[in-house]
Design a protein around this ligand. Structure first.
Ligand code: SOE
Length: 432
């Protein structure tokens, strides 16, 4: 990845992958010094400004489902717990159903509503567009938002597939706008601690990476596909099934902790072949993968297994990963997300064994910002951490990961996995 530099007048610049904020001064925007002068001081910020008060950053959220709530909660909380230059303001929320939208806006404190995302993008008072709607809309909105000079946060997966994702990456890089994808599990403190331990070399050479993400909510054959809440079952909207929805998380974390994938060999299954479609009322073929398991080789020489299904009766969101290194092993489980299991072979023999680290101390990642040692936090905090890192990155001119380009790697792995399931062969994962 090319080095990213920041210039307080022209913004971010980075050969190839990062921000080039000087490139497109279409309107007074957060990228130009004119921005601060042209807009009311009370409602604007200029990057590099050293005011003691927080600068407002106006959010325009698109989509009000589960993720719309998770993101809104993060925007609301972040300034209470983190010391940041920018304070998110819930300026506008956008979705098609005007009545539900109004109710959502009033519950979460959004100042205004839009039922057409193009109108939201055209608004001068929106600095950051947060895409929290179904996958099939990510590309069009992201490209238009980049052209409009907005900062962009996009819900995972980045896109329906790699080629779409590449276009999105090109758009944000051409526009030079800050961007990030909501792969939130990287910001669970125990997962961030795992990364620290690996970076410190405590595991030594990595031999194995093992991940799974198990759910059981689509077992009933009477469950329809499509429409609000069930678009994840409709391949035309979701792009894929568990691969893009759940394995994408496992893949993102794995890339972050263990580096790049080299090759994959996968199998998928669609257990229920037809379901009634909520929008057409007709019984239609199911195009998503209900389950997927794959083998992988990483470029660091380690071997891996990944498994995901929505048919593991009894499991609601069991995301686990285990990493086995030469000197130590790590195990993490989303159902017990504040704990990290750690085995250190170099411990004194008589006392050697798996230890459980309760990741709640002030010197654990992010935890110094919350309560007192021993008091744990949960799922929603990973989103707060992600916003905090993003805003800190904007202030310091350092892109927060995963950027669109980082998330494109995950998209390429997903594509290779689905291809391998079709060809029944090992498939190469292209280098990012
Ligand atoms: C699916 O049920 C889902 O909500 C995913 O879409 C999320 O990304 C995952 O974090 C939890 O499960």
């Amino acid at each position: 990845m090319a080095a990213v530099q920041y210039n307080r007048f022209s913004g971010f610049s980075c050969a190839g992958a990062g921000y080039n904020l000087a490139a497109v001064p279409r309107r007074p925007s957060f990228r130009s010094p004119a921005f601060a002068l042209a807009c009311p001081a009370s409602n604007r910020f200029s990057i590099g400004h050293t005011a003691t008060t927080m600068k407002k950053l106006n959010i325009g959220l698109i989509g009000y489902g589960f993720m719309g709530r998770a993101h809104s909660n993060a925007f609301r909380k972040v300034s209470n717990f983190f010391d940041l230059e920018f304070q998110p303001v819930l300026k506008a929320v956008c979705a098609r159903d005007a009545q539900k939208l109004k109710a959502f806006a009033s519950r979460w404190g959004y100042e205004s509503c839009e039922t057409d995302w193009r109108k939201l993008l055209a608004r001068e008072d929106i600095d950051l567009v947060d895409i929290a709607c179904p996958n099939d809309m990510h590309k069009e909105i992201a490209i238009a938002a980049a052209k409009a000079g907005k900062m962009i946060l996009c819900e995972k997966p980045l896109s329906m597939n790699g080629p779409e994702g590449l276009k999105m990456v090109q758009a944000v890089e051409k526009a030079g706008v800050p961007n990030m994808v909501w792969y939130n599990y990287r910001r669970v403190p125990a997962v961030a601690l795992a990364r620290q331990l690996i970076d410190e070399g405590r595991l030594g050479r990595i031999f194995h990476y093992r991940a799974k993400f198990l759910q059981d909510w689509t077992i009933s054959k009477d469950l329809p596909q499509g429409g609000a809440g069930l678009w994840r079952l409709d391949v035309k909207v979701a792009g894929s099934g568990v691969t893009g929805d759940l394995l994408a998380h496992c893949i993102d974390t794995a890339i972050w902790l263990n580096g790049e994938f080299e090759t994959v060999n996968a199998m998928t299954e669609t257990f229920i072949k037809e379901r009634k479609h909520n929008l057409t009322g007709k019984v239609e073929k199911v195009g998503i993968d209900d389950a997927c398991a794959f083998l992988a080789r990483f470029r660091n020489g380690s071997l891996a297994t990944f498994e995901s299904t929505r048919y593991a009766r009894g499991h609601k969101a069991l995301y686990t990963f285990e990493i086995n290194g030469e000197h130590a092993s790590i195990l993490w489980d989303l159902h017990d997300l504040h704990r990290l299991q750690y085995f250190e072979h170099r411990d004194e023999g008589r006392l050697r064994g798996w230890r459980t680290i309760h990741v709640t101390d002030g010197d654990h990642p992010y935890m110094g910002k919350w309560w007192v040692p021993g008091l744990q936090i949960g799922y929603e905090h990973s989103f707060v951490h992600q916003v905090a890192d993003f805003l800190d990155g904007v202030a310091k001119g350092k892109p927060a990961s995963p950027t669109f380009r980082d998330a494109l790697q995950t998209q390429f792995v997903c594509d290779a996995v689905l291809k391998s399931a079709r060809t029944q062969k090992w498939e190469k994962v292209p280098s990012p």
